[in-house]
Design a binder for this molecule. Structure first.
Ligand SMILES: *[C@@H]1O[C@H](CO)[C@@H](O)[C@H](O)[C@H]1NC(C)=O
Ligand SMILES: *[C@@H]1O[C@H](CO)[C@@H](O)[C@H](O)[C@H]1NC(C)=O
Ligand SMILES: *[C@@H]1O[C@H](CO)[C@@H](O)[C@H](O)[C@H]1NC(C)=O
Length: 211
């Protein structure tokens, strides 16, 4: 009986999946919660990392709004060859795309924030040939009064520290992933190269001998 319990725990194939976070999807960075003052303008930031440069022809972005946990997501902004706010979206002309896909930034700005704008904002990004779809989500909370200054300063410092740390970790993970991927590709091309070099060497050497 003991063996049956210990066995799976010692299974080496299980161990790496527990310790090393596997990076399956494209990394999308978005603040989990944003507080906005009623009537103000707020930028909802969403950025992503990809091993591939953005090709606008293939790049795809969807921003959706979800009013409650059970509510369906409403598509209100799309990037498909160019930025297209959906017609008759709930925000009207209060939304403006303020990102730059070439710089891995797909943020937008919401003007004159209303209490009804509270909810979850999802950004979905696809950057072929990266096959994985990236997903970020932001909770928007609308407040009617500025919080006491001291609290917000502390919150900003804590947020910046945690956020900065996470950004560094994510960047490091992406760098490792990209290096690995490129190394693998280089190994493949190196194999072909050595074969070709071998051929030219074989042709080159007799010439030298003739001189
Ligand atoms: C939100 O702001 C608008 C105008 O800026 C104001 O008319 C409205 O009363 C505010 N709502 C609340 C709940 O404070
Ligand atoms: C979500 O829907 C389920 C069933 O459709 C319901 O039981 C649940 O109470 C709903 N939750 C909320 C937060 O509305
Ligand atoms: C965005 O939505 C369209 C359908 O409206 C879908 O074809 C496309 O794959 C979506 N893109 C992303 C990145 O989710």
């Amino acid at each position: 009986m003991m063996m049956m319990i210990i066995g799976p725990l010692l299974n080496p194939s299980l161990a790496p999946s527990l310790t090393v976070p596997s990076i399956q999807a494209m990394e999308v960075m978005a603040p989990p919660t944003i507080y906005a003052l009623n009537g103000s303008s707020i930028r909802l930031t969403c950025t992503f990392n990809s091993c591939y440069q953005v090709e606008k022809k293939q790049f795809s972005l969807n921003w959706t709004y979800q009013g409650c946990d059970n509510c369906t997501e409403e598509l209100f902004l799309q990037f498909k060859l160019k930025v297209m706010p959906m017609e008759e979206n709930r925000f009207g002309d209060r939304i403006e795309f303020t990102g730059n896909p070439s710089k891995n930034d797909v943020s937008f700005t919401l003007r004159n924030v209303q209490l009804e704008d509270e909810g979850t904002y999802h950004c979905y990004v696809m950057n072929p040939p990266d096959r994985h779809k990236g997903h970020g989500k932001i909770q928007l909370r609308v407040i009617t009064e500025e919080p006491p200054e001291r609290d917000s300063t502390v919150a900003v410092i804590v947020g910046a520290t945690v956020g900065g740390f996470l950004a560094v970790v994510i960047l490091a993970l992406v760098a490792v992933k990209c290096v690995r991927r490129k190394k693998q590709q280089r190994l493949n091309t190196d194999d072909q190269k050595t074969e070709e070099e071998g051929k030219t060497d074989g042709e080159g050497n007799p010439e030298e001998g003739a001189k």
